[in-house]
Design a protein. Structure first.
Length: 215
């Protein structure tokens, strides 16, 4: 199987996670961010992640990919129940987190930005959605305080370092990509249970954190 992604993309991280958790080999291909032609040729529009299955057919939508791969061997891993409290926490944080993340993603050395044109494409599209990256970077301190406070609330929800609710579930697929993205932000305060969970999930999924690129 082949998986077409952007490294920075949390939806792509979701799709990558299940391959790592199940130790299933996959050929990961990182597209340039301004490459509209390749995904459009495959699935009719510019979107990632895209899974090319062994029968050469394509699949989109991160959670559809996750559930397909999880069940492909008849031995699903994501059997735990979801937590309404965690879902509420994710909704709250996702309401503001891109103001911290997108300006930093635009500066970071991701392979999808290997050309100046690809980086400029991302910046142009995302600034149109959230406003000036420079302004957001200049006013990061308040949001860093907010996320540090929210992570303290999350700390109380984590039951085990290898599964947020004690048994692997869709909640892990939704939570870890956000925590991985946050490692791109310098100055965030991680409580011990959050840090242990984040680091353990990185090992379980075989997905590298972004700490070395933090801004």
């Amino acid at each position: 199987m082949k998986l077409y992604i952007y490294d920075h993309c949390p939806f792509c991280v979701k799709a990558r996670m299940i391959f790592g958790l199940k130790n299933i080999p996959v050929d990961v291909n990182i597209l340039l961010n301004d490459d509209e032609q390749t995904p459009t040729r495959m699935v009719g529009k510019k979107i990632v992640p895209i899974l090319q299955k062994d029968d050469s057919r394509y699949m989109t939508e991160s959670m559809d990919i996750v559930h397909y791969v999880d069940k492909i061997d008849g031995k699903p891993l994501l059997t735990g129940t979801r937590s309404p409290r965690l879902e509420e926490w994710l909704r709250k944080v996702n309401g503001y987190i891109n103001h911290l993340l997108l300006p930093r993603i635009a500066k970071a050395p991701f392979d999808e930005f290997a050309t100046p044109e690809a980086r400029a494409y991302f910046t142009r599209k995302k600034e149109a959605a959230i406003g000036s990256f420079a302004d957001h970077l200049a006013h990061s301190s308040g949001l860093i305080k907010n996320i540090s406070s929210d992570l303290r609330a999350l700390d109380k929800l984590i039951e085990q370092p290898n599964a947020v609710n004690g048994e692997l579930s869709d909640d892990d697929i939704h939570l870890f990509p956000l925590l991985r993205s946050l490692t791109l932000v310098a100055g965030v305060d991680y409580p011990s249970r959050v840090a242990d969970y984040r680091d353990n999930m990185a090992k379980q999924t075989q997905i590298t954190l972004l700490t070395s690129r933090a801004l």
